[in-house]
Structures are given as C-alpha cells and as structure tokens.
Ligand binder design. Structure first.
Ligand SMILES: NC(=O)c1ccc[n+]([C@@H]2O[C@H](COP(=O)([O-])OP(=O)(O)OC[C@H]3O[C@@H](n4cnc5c(N)ncnc54)[C@H](OP(=O)(O)O)[C@@H]3O)[C@@H](O)[C@H]2O)c1
Length: 181
C-alpha cells in the first residue's frame, strides 16, 4: 500500500499504540503530523519515522483537552501540507476510578477522551470533506465490557463509540467515513 500522497494526523503519537501507528504509516510513506504533550518522546518517535521513510514528520506539542491547541493542530498541519486525509484520534488517558472517586479524575478523562477528541474532529472535518478522508477513533473493549474499577474510563470510551456511529451517519452523505478500532 502506498500512502505517499496521504496526510495523516495521529494524536497520542509519543508512545504506545499512537507511536506504533506512526511507524507503520511512515513505512507506507504517509506525510505525518504527530501530536502529543511530551516533546522529547514525540521527537524520538519522529526520528524513528524519519529513519524508516526518509521524511521528517511534523511534530506538534499540544494538549487535546485545550480548545486552542486543537485549532493549532489543524492550522499547523494545513500550513505544512495544505490538506488532510486521515485523522487518527488515538490520544487517551486511563486512570482507574469508580463512582466513589474524586470527580476531578472523571473530568480529566472526559476532557481528553471525549471532549478533546470531539473538538479536534470538528476542526478537521472541513478538510476531510474536501479529500473524502477518514477518521479513526481508538476506543477500547472497556466501552462494552464491565471492568472494575474503570467506570469513568469505560463511560468515556462508550461515548466515543456512539460519537463514531453518529458522526459516521452525519458525514456519510459528504463522502467521509469513520471506522473504530
Ligand atoms: N493499551 C491498551 O491495552 C489499550 C486498550 C484499549 C484502548 N486503548 C486506547 O488506546 C489509546 C492509546 O493508548 P496506549 O495504550 O498506547 O497508551 P499510552 O502509551 O499511554 O499513550 C497515550 C498517548 O496519548 C497521549 N495523550 C494523553 N493525553 C493527551 C492529551 N491531553 N493531549 C495530547 N495527547 C495526549 C500521550 O502522550 P503525552 O503524554 O506525551 O501527551 C500518549 O502519546 C488510548 O486512547 C487508550 O484508551 C489502549
């Protein structure tokens, strides 16, 4: 598969699944915008991508729970590449917490896993409609299985599942499709 003319934003690209995704798409020659808060870890992943593809990804230090950061992610990607084909909404946090734990833990997970993902997607959609692009939301088995104590996290991932379905229906007439992992 050749992605050499495809522009892909990957959030949470500084470690784990997002970093693996970045390396995989680098091998497919995609043009990458890698997003996370930890600049050093992000730079390391970008260097690994460059070794694979010969092209340096754009790295964007940003917190998706901050509205202005989401606008900047899209703006910097558009300035560098002029277009967008795929948004990988992978950034997420998991803190073990149940109903009796501090509401701040719940708020933090909602702000990143749900609101941040929603906001970034909103800002990416105009570009994705242009390219008939794709959105990949990284959910979790915890969205559908009851695992204790993951009440707050599971709720955020269940919300993400429903966002994926609703947005797919909403955007389908425009030629953009979502899928979920
Ligand atoms: N690993 C699993 O078994 C598993 C299972 C099911 C689902 N998932 C989901 O898969 C995704 C990736 O998880 P992972 O296991 O790879 O975890 P991870 O290694 O902790 O990666 C999470 C990534 O998200 C970034 N991130 C967190 N909060 C952010 C924020 N506010 N703004 C921007 N970036 C943020 C982190 O980077 P910085 O800290 O540098 O910002 C990091 O790059 C998550 O959505 C998670 O819920 C994981």
């Amino acid at each position: 598969m050749d992605f050499s003319n495809k522009v892909i934003i990957i959030t949470g690209a500084s470690s784990g699944i997002g970093a693996s995704c970045a390396l995989h798409f680098a091998a497919l020659r995609a043009k990458l915008s890698l997003v996370a808060r930890n600049v050093d870890k992000l730079r390391n992943v970008a260097e690994e991508c460059e070794k694979i593809s010969g092209t340096k990804p754009l790295t964007i230090a940003a917190d998706i729970s901050v509205e202005e950061d989401n606008a900047r992610i899209i703006q910097e990607t558009a300035e560098r590449y002029g277009t967008l084909d795929v948004l990988v909404n992978n950034a997420g946090i998991l803190t073990l917490a149940g109903c009796l734990d501090n509401i701040k833990i719940f708020d933090q997970m909602v702000a990143t896993n749900v609101r941040g993902t929603y906001l970034l997607t909103q800002k990416a959609i105009p570009y994705l409609i242009e390219t008939k692009g794709n959105i990949i939301n990284v959910s979790s088995v915890a969205s559908q299985s009851v695992i204790s104590p993951m009440t707050a996290y599971s709720m955020t991932k269940a919300a993400l599942d429903m966002f994926t379905k609703c947005a797919a229906l909403e955007l389908a007439p425009k030629g953009s499709f979502q899928s979920k992992n």
